[in-house]
Ligand binder design. Structure first.
Ligand code: NAP
Ligand code: GDD
Length: 361
């Protein structure tokens, strides 16, 4: 019998990488997809078209707000592993929809855990919760470890805090094999375009391909620990393969500011950014040092009320127990994303070679 995995959030960045990984490992993968008026499966196209693996891949309509739907799917599929990746995952937007975020990101996890119990699968089904470094919020120590106190700074962080603790509680109350993966930011060429890394690589790709544009950003001086999503889903899987369940940080152990990332990505296309105006003010701009052309400005709409200033994870527990370690550094990751964004714009394959600029990392 093949192992069966059920994934919520299968159409997202991590859902698509995890599906591919599990299919390659010989699993049957069942994904919960939201009904939408536009097609939302583009990240799954590769899998859906690949005959060698798509026979083991099944999509079902559902929603984390719909408890009966989740119970029915868990009862029908009888999964060995459930990965709860579904979420309203944009931190800033969670302030516009705090109640929705609490319902999906917080209570949604409870619905999945209850479905396991209602179906009597406590001894069969292992559960992974997509927990987050946003829980550390206003950080109380640097770097953050599994023992660092939580101090979330957004409705997203607070909703995820509930999901984190209810997962720990179900583990302790019902002896469920339930793990929290406390993942620091992880990105890829299929990262959502409203996240800062992809926003930067997409705009720089446009500029490189001769299109007009200015990169409008918020706070340039926040720091994140950015890793590669494809490596992080392997860590999720490893958590569920251990003898006993636990909570693990996945991170690179290095952090970079948004400002440094902007400079790095422009350097790949041979542009050096010069910052003009008071550092950290709304008037600060970034220009092409050679030509004086405006390339970066600050838009207050992207500033956050309760900013999380610095995230830096200590991944030692994952290394020691899971044997997991991040391999790709932020420079290689940014290069990969930029290359992919250029290739998407440059359909005609005009020769736009940035490969010799990898040494800008
Ligand atoms: P993502 O690309 O935004 O994907 C989120 C997924 O959740 C999408 O498939 C989305 O469906 C689905 N979803 C949204 N609302 C839902 C609902 N009401 N019911 C069911 N599914 C719903 O996020 P990601 O980057 O892959 O992240 C995966 C998970 O890890 C999320 O829970 C996120 O909060 C967490 N996380 C991410 C990071 C990171 O840096 N990427 C770090 C820590 C934790 P649609 O495609 O229909 O929108
Ligand atoms: N999105 C965005 N857009 N962020 C900007 C911008 C901008 O124009 N300008 C500056 N930033 C700053 C944000 O203020 C934040 O400090 C940082 O860039 C990263 O923002 P995001 O890329 O939106 O990611 P995030 O850190 O808020 O959240 C992501 O990582 C979390 C884990 O730490 C998401 O994937 C969450 O779902 C995840 O839990």
């Amino acid at each position: 019998m093949k192992k069966r995995a059920l994934i919520t959030g299968v159409t997202g960045q991590d859902g698509s990488y995890l599906s591919k990984l599990l299919l390659e490992k010989g699993y049957e993968v069942y994904g919960i997809q939201r009904r939408s008026s536009t097609i939302n499966t583009h990240r799954l196209d590769q899998i859906l078209k690949d005959r060698t693996i798509n026979k083991n891949f099944f999509l079902h309509y559902g929603d984390l707000s719909d408890g009966t739907n989740i119970v029915r799917l868990v009862s029908e599929i009888q999964p060995d592993e459930i990965y709860n990746l579904g979420a309203m995952s944009q931190v800033q937007i969670s302030s516009d929809s705090p109640e929705y975020t609490a319902n999906i990101d917080g209570v949604g996890a409870l619905r999945v855990l209850e479905a396991i119990r209602i179906c009597g699968l406590e001894n069969k089904t292992k559960f992974y919760q997509a927990s987050t470094s946003e829980l550390f919020g206003k950080v109380t120590e640097v770097p953050q470890t599994e023992k660092t106190p939580f101090y979330p700074r957004s409705p997203y962080g607070v909703a995820k805090l509930y999901a984190h603790w209810i997962t720990v509680n179900y583990r302790e109350m019902y002896n469920l094999f339930a793990c929290n993966g406390i993942l620091f930011n992880h990105e890829s060429p299929i990262r959502g375009e409203e996240f800062v890394t992809r926003k930067i690589t997409k705009m720089v790709a446009k500029i490189f391909c001769g299109q007009q544009g200015v990169l409008s950003l918020g706070n340039l001086d926040t720091k994140r620990d950015w890793g590669y999503a494809k490596e992080y889903v392997e860590g999720m899987w490893l958590m569920l393969q251990q003898e006993s369940p636990g909570d693990f940080i996945l991170a690179t152990g290095k952090s970079t500011s948004v400002r440094e990332l902007v400079e790095l990505v422009f350097r790949f296309i041979d542009i050096e950014i010069e910052w003009i105006g008071e550092r950290g003010s709304l008037d600060e701009i970034g220009i092409n040092k050679k030509t004086g052309k405006l390339l970066v400005n600050i838009d207050p709409r992207y500033y956050r009320n309760n900013e999380v200033d610095l995230l830096l994870g200590d991944p030692s527990k994952a290394k020691e127990i899971l044997g997991w370690e991040a391999k790709m550094n932020v420079g290689e990751l940014a290069y990969k994303m930029l290359r992919s964004d250029i290739d998407q714009i440059n359909h005609n394959n005009k020769i736009l070679n940035i490969s010799n600029r990898i040494d800008a990392i």
